[in-house]
Write a protein that binds this ligand. Sequence first.
Ligand SMILES: NC(=O)C1=CN([C@@H]2O[C@H](COP(=O)(O)OP(=O)(O)OC[C@H]3O[C@@H](n4cnc5c(N)ncnc54)[C@H](OP(=O)(O)O)[C@@H]3O)[C@@H](O)[C@H]2O)C=CC1
Ligand SMILES: CC(=O)[C@@H](O)[C@H](O)COP(=O)(O)O
Ligand SMILES: [Mn+2]
Length: 385
Amino acid sequence: MNKTVNHLVILGSTGSIGRQALEVVDQHPDQFQVMGLAAKDELDLLYEQVQKYRPQAVALGDDKEYRKFQEMVGSTLQVMCGLEGMCELASLDNVDTVLVALSGAVGIEPTLAAIKKSRRISLANKETLVAAGDLVMQAAWEYQSEIIPVDSEHSAIFQCLQADKAYVKKIWLTASGGPFRDFSQEQLDEVTVEMALSHPNWSMGPKISIDSATMMNKGLEVIEAHHLFGLEYDQIQVLVQKESVIHSMVELIDGSFLAHLGVADMRIPIQYALTYPHRYVSPAAHLDFTQLGCIHFAAADEKRFPALALAIAAGRQGGTMPAVMNAANEVAVHAFLDRKIAFRQIPILVEQTMLAHQNIYVPQLEDILTADRWAREYCRHLMQQ
Ligand SMILES: NC(=O)C1=CN([C@@H]2O[C@H](COP(=O)(O)OP(=O)(O)OC[C@H]3O[C@@H](n4cnc5c(N)ncnc54)[C@H](OP(=O)(O)O)[C@@H]3O)[C@@H](O)[C@H]2O)C=CC1
Ligand SMILES: CC(=O)[C@@H](O)[C@H](O)COP(=O)(O)O
Ligand SMILES: [Mn+2]
């Protein structure tokens, strides 16, 4: 047992990753002290979390919800508001780890705020690296802030890379293929929100579930891996492994492969990102190879899943393009979830927004935030036509 208590802030505590992170805390109560929580709409759940974990402060992403929550807790707790509040929460004193489990590029500024305090960042929020990866990694290096990936594939690669970084040929980033892996183009034209939300292997929040269904998730993860592990795009190979048993693999120059395997349970990578380099028992099931049967592999089909190629193209271009691609995708995914557009329109809107963007190749943070806002507006405008 590691005797030091890990003082923890969780941004996005009411979401799928945030709730599972608190389950990890429940499993090892002596190891963690929850210092801060942030959420947006789920006030009742946040209130329960506050009662249970007694954090020093909370932040509400939304002004209206902030006022409601302040009324709920009175003066018993420091309540912060908006993006500024989340940055303040991420910069609290006496914190060891900030788990960024927000969904979307809204995570950029709070992540940078935590990095500037040299905190360890347990990073689930892939959109932050997609949109601002160069700046975030540069800041992490400058402020000596460790970034430990939570995303299952990147946790797998992080673990496989610990010994042999110099000998890496490439990484094999596995993908389930999502709920529509075997759908024809005609079937893809007819899919509903409910069908797209029901991932075959993982239970996740709505935005990432839709990203998995379009395979945009894998494109975002390619960019995430490029930044986290300093790999060229040619060194990152997507591989469909439909059972999500192999969470990713590293290929070494001598022809050896290192793979990370386990059940599809995010509590394993979340816990590791919070306790690294230590390991603890987890309530997650263990794989039983005698029951597993086959593990299947296939190439990804970029024709039926054009979002994958769009994301990789944006990553290869760099500059503000990944932020634009990501922002357009966020808008399109939320429009699909609100039943305003069809599933097939998601990559079309992303592509049209990318085509209309004048890339800035070496952007400052302000350029990225401006490009993100522009892309959201442009994509909304396309939907009104
Ligand atoms: N779920 C999973 O298994 C995996 C997720 N990821 C990544 O982790 C991140 C989180 O995913 P997931 O947990 O599924 O998402 P959810 O939608 O389930 O949760 C998002 C969380 O962020 C909060 N939030 C969203 N916007 C704001 C805001 N503006 N201000 C404050 N809080 C906000 C939500 O609050 P509220 O609920 O109160 O509105 C919620 O707590 C994503 O980047 C995803 O890609 C990566 C791998 C696996
Ligand atoms: C659990 C996790 O890390 C998700 O990103 C998951 O990988 C999504 O599955 P897909 O492989 O279908 O995108
Ligand atoms: Mn993943």
